[in-house]
Design a protein around this ligand. Structure first.
Ligand SMILES: N[C@@H](Cc1ccccc1)C(=O)O
Length: 531
């Protein structure tokens, strides 16, 4: 087998039985660590080496920690001074003890806090009492500090002069098995020292390398240095060897790692396609506020104010001032429709109706609020038939998250105003729309909405599970909706779920695979829609 020189050196230095760190391998192979690291990974890719990663934790004394190694912990100094002042016999004036303990500035607070915490004594109305039996000699924090300092000094100068102390299970840096100083110190003591800012904790990844069976076999069969080199190394540059070597030719057919560029999310692709289709069918786009007055979200739709969907269970209410600008005539008309009904035989709800509630702001639970705004003439003026409007926008519902429900999702809202519309027009529109997405068996089920009559739910068959899933809701707006708005023609309308459409076109079985924090990236990368 022929390999580039650094790989040959690393392979020869590696062992099948002993785990070696990359630094150690680099040293034995006479390579710079970065050259060795690269060679290690190349050899791993060729399955000649195994690389194992372990997290190691290192502790380093801070400047403050080092200062206490010599001077003693402030609380220990305070205790000694207290004993000398006889505070184990009877309480002593605190100021006297502090003075004698030679504590300055911030050390005073540190000493007092830890003195109490460790039960060295008590402080009461300016007097300090010491517990004569306290054993400051074996204070775990003090003992640990000294042990860590000794270990760090022992190491210093041997390697890189780093005064680091490593946690258990690490066999590098010198290798000689001394007892691990950190292993004897309990985790809670280490945590305490870190939180007192006497120790710094560093986490790092240590990679250890062993030969694989294939690596051993390769070595036994003989590994030679390839005559050509495939890259420049720092060593070649430093020695000038680069001038004499022959470089390997590029293999433009070699496998390369897969590079994934960004792509438009399937939901966005679906939304864009929906817009294209609807514009192609003669629709114009609506827009409007995500947070809107309940008036537009519900009252205009003849939704009684005590309807369950309007309770705090389903609604995301917002703690903001109520809406001010509502057309007064419209407010009156809507109130009248709710209380008394419309037309000659209209009846209304005869239930209380509060304008304050109507003006309160919430996140919209459907984009039918936009349809109300547009139909009322407040957005683009009064509209003469025929008119077609749509939106593909986000709505918010306090639902329970599951395979078919999200708390935020996109609705494909739409309506058509014309003279003499029938249910056939409504159904025909959906058939034409869904055909553009390859969905040819839309099914209709009679339904009830307070604002449409008749109403229909739409269902589509899931391509992989074969189950019928609900994909939309629709109907012809009632007079109780249209009359207050001043609309004198028929209006058919709908709200379709964009995510459900995407489930049918991508085969996603769980809506959460499509978007949100739980989205399945592999699924999304592979999801292909041919819109
Ligand atoms: N607002 C309805 C959809 C709908 C809109 C317009 C008319 C009829 C139904 C929903 O969210 O389910």
């Amino acid at each position: 087998m022929k390999l580039p020189e650094p790989q040959v050196a690393v392979l020869n230095a590696a062992s099948a039985t002993e785990e070696l760190s990359i630094d150690r391998l680099a040293e034995e192979a006479g390579l710079k660590p970065e050259t060795a690291t690269q060679a290690v990974f190349e050899l791993r890719d060729e399955r000649l080496l195994d690389v194992e990663e372990t997290e190691s934790v290192e502790y380093e004394l801070t400047e403050e920690g080092r200062a206490y190694v010599d001077a003693g912990l402030p609380e220990v100094r305070l205790y000694r001074a207290a004993i000398e002042a006889g505070a184990d016999e009877e309480p002593v004036q605190m100021g006297r003890v502090i003075g004698a303990a030679d504590l300055d500035g911030p050390e005073v607070d540190i000493a007092l806090a830890n003195f109490g915490r460790k039960g060295y004594g008590t402080i009461d109305s300016g007097e300090l009492a010491a517990d004569g039996d306290a054993d400051t000699e074996s204070d775990p924090e003090a003992v640990a500090l000294v042990a860590l300092a000794n270990a760090a000094n022992g190491d210093a100068g041997v390697d890189d002069g780093d005064a680091d102390v490593e946690d258990a299970g690490d066999a590098e840096n010198g290798g000689e098995s001394e007892t691990d100083p950190v292993a004897d110190v309990g985790d809670d003591v280490l945590d305490q020292l870190v939180s007192r800012n006497l120790l710094d904790r560093h986490e790092r990844t240590v990679r250890t390398v062993t030969l694989t069976d294939a690596g051993v076999t390769a070595l036994m069969e003989g590994v030679e240095t390839a005559e050509t080199v495939d890259r420049l190394t720092p060593e070649m540059l430093a020695s000038g060897e680069w001038q004499d070597v022959e470089f390997t030719e590029y293999n433009v057919e070699a496998d390369a790692p897969e590079v994934r560029g960004g792509k438009t999310h399937v939901l966005r692709q679906t939304a864009d396609r929906v817009k294209d289709v609807l514009v192609g069918m003669g629709f114009q786009e609506m827009d409007g506020p995500h947070a809107d007055a309940d008036f537009w979200i519900n009252d205009c739709l003849f939704m009684p104010q005590d309807h369950p969907a309007r309770t705090h269970w389903d609604r995301f209410a917002l703690d903001v001032p109520p809406i001010e600008d509502l057309p007064e005539d419209l407010v009156d008309n809507v109130e009248r429709a709710h209380r008394e009904g419309v037309g000659e035989d209209g009846d209304g709800y005869h239930s209380p109706w509060s304008e304050d509630f109507a003006r309160a702001i919430a996140l919209r639970g459907h984009t039918t609020s936009l349809s109300m705004r547009y139909l009322s003439g407040t957005q683009v003026g009064d509209l003469e038939p025929p008119q077609r409007y749509f939106s593909v926008e986000k709505v918010y519902r306090n639902d329970t998250l599951d395979a078919t429900h999200l708390l935020e999702f996109f609705q494909i809202e739409g309506w058509v105003m014309a003279e003499n519309l029938s249910v056939r027009d409504l159904m025909g529109t959906f058939v034409e729309f869904y055909e553009q997405f390859g969905i040819t068996d839309v099914q209709f089920k009679p339904h009830y909405n307070p604002y449409t009559e008749p109403s229909f739910e739409l269902f589509g068959r899931h391509p992989t599970t074969g189950e019928l899933i609900e994909i939309g809701n629709s109907g012809m707006f009632r007079d109780e909706v249209l009359e207050p708005l001043g609309v004198e023609h028929d209006v058919m309308a709908w709200g379709l779920a964009l995510e459900r459409l995407a489930m049918l076109t991508t085969g996603a079985e769980d809506i959460r695979d499509l978007h949100g924090t739980l989205a399945d990236l592999d699924f999304l990368r592979g999801a292909e829609v041919t819109y």
